[in-house]
Design a protein around this ligand. Structure first.
Ligand code: AMP
Ligand code: MN
Ligand code: MN
Length: 325
């Protein structure tokens, strides 16, 4: 089988796609690979496809070149197409047709639910982030401040600034190499991870205020309606971090944030503190993720969604002997 490096050498046009509602690891890994390829092969065509790039990530190199739609009526055909940080093919969203049209495909990811849908697959569920998987693949002598910044950004976003249990010695060793390239890490951590807009704080406050405990206080649930989001003029990206704040509620094993995205359509985000495997729950609804952070889209009324999801959590808590009754 041709290696990833041979495939890169032979390709004249390379496409890169990340998942819908791109987060820091998704944007960081896509722009890191783009930067690397452009530096190594200045004459090749390299395009990145993402649904959007959040304002706070616009300082990253090549972010202004990201394509948010497919140009023209004729879909471009890439010799090589990379799917990054996407646990499933349909997570690519609008760029999925480009993956199908490509001569050769590569899948670089760390989602435990990833089945390996490309010609060449690098899936490391034990890695903190796709940026970590990517850094292990790339030639180190091409590292510079810009490339290191993209990779570092992805790592901090998926590890919650090196605090989630997906942070390993290897993650820290890679991060140590990255900061040696003069990555402005304090600024990046503050301005892309902790800083919230006034609007985001208002929505966070509302979600916390309206949250409720179920399953003997082992599970906290919050729900945000589409009309509330519309009232604030907010989008899904403004909910980043809400479920993580719910997770740190004392005594809670699982936190759930349900976001109504359309009539009878709900995006569910779950976080687990200890032994509950939320990726197994997400998988039941066609979603995926990691053992301690997963998501899915569930159809039905809010009551159906809450009942259905919490039943799965309850089953696991019972198996783990965590519930009294
Ligand atoms: P979120 O709750 O959206 O922050 O997602 C938590 C983790 O689960 C992330 O790694 C996502 O990539 C993954 N994830 C979220 N939603 C889905 C989905 N519908 N299908 C597969 N993976 C998902
Ligand atoms: Mn992601
Ligand atoms: Mn990731």
């Amino acid at each position: 089988m041709r290696t990833i490096f041979e495939s890169m050498e032979h390709a004249a046009a390379i496409g890169i796609g990340g998942h819908v509602r791109p987060d820091g690891d998704c944007v960081g890994s896509c722009l890191a690979l783009c930067y690397y390829l452009k530096k190594k092969y200045p004459n090749k065509k390299v395009d990145v496809y993402l649904e959007y790039v959040q304002d706070e990530f616009l300082f990253l190199p090549n972010s202004s070149l990201v394509k948010q739609t497919i140009d023209g009526s004729e879909k471009p055909v890439y010799d090589l197409f990379f799917a990054l940080d996407s646990g499933d093919l349909d997570r690519l969203g609008f760029s999925e047709p480009l993956f199908h049209n490509a001569g050769r495909t590569v899948n670089i990811d760390h989602h435990i639910t990833n089945q390996g849908f490309a010609d060449i697959n690098f899936i490391k569920p034990e890695a903190s982030s796709t940026c970590e998987v990517l850094m292990d693949l790339l030639e180190r002598d091409l590292l510079d401040t810009d490339l290191a910044t993209c990779l570092y950004l992805g790592m901090i976003h998926d590890t919650g600034v090196f605090k989630h249990s997906n942070t390993t010695r290897h993650t820290m060793e890679l991060a140590a190499v990255l900061i040696s390239y003069d990555v402005p890490f304090s600024k990046i951590i503050d301005e892309t991870f902790y800083q919230k807009t006034y609007l985001q704080n208002q929505i966070l406050g509302r979600c916390l205020l309206e949250s409720f405990m179920v399953l003997e206080g082992k599970c906290v649930v919050s729900y945000v309606k589409k009309e509330t989001m519309d009232f604030y003029g907010a989008g899904s990206k403004d909910l980043d971090g809400v479920v993580d704040q719910l997770r740190v509620t004392k005594g809670v094993e699982v936190a759930i944030l349900i976001h109504e995205t359309g009539p009878l359509v709900h995006k569910v985000s779950m976080r687990s503190n200890h032994d509950v495997d939320v990726s197994a729950v997400a998988k039941q609804y066609g979603g995926g993720g990691h053992v301690k952070a997963a998501g899915c889209t569930v159809y039905g009324t809010i009551y159906d969604v809450i009942n259905n999801i919490t039943v799965h959590i309850e089953e696991q808590l019972k198996k783990l002997d965590t519930l009294r009754s």
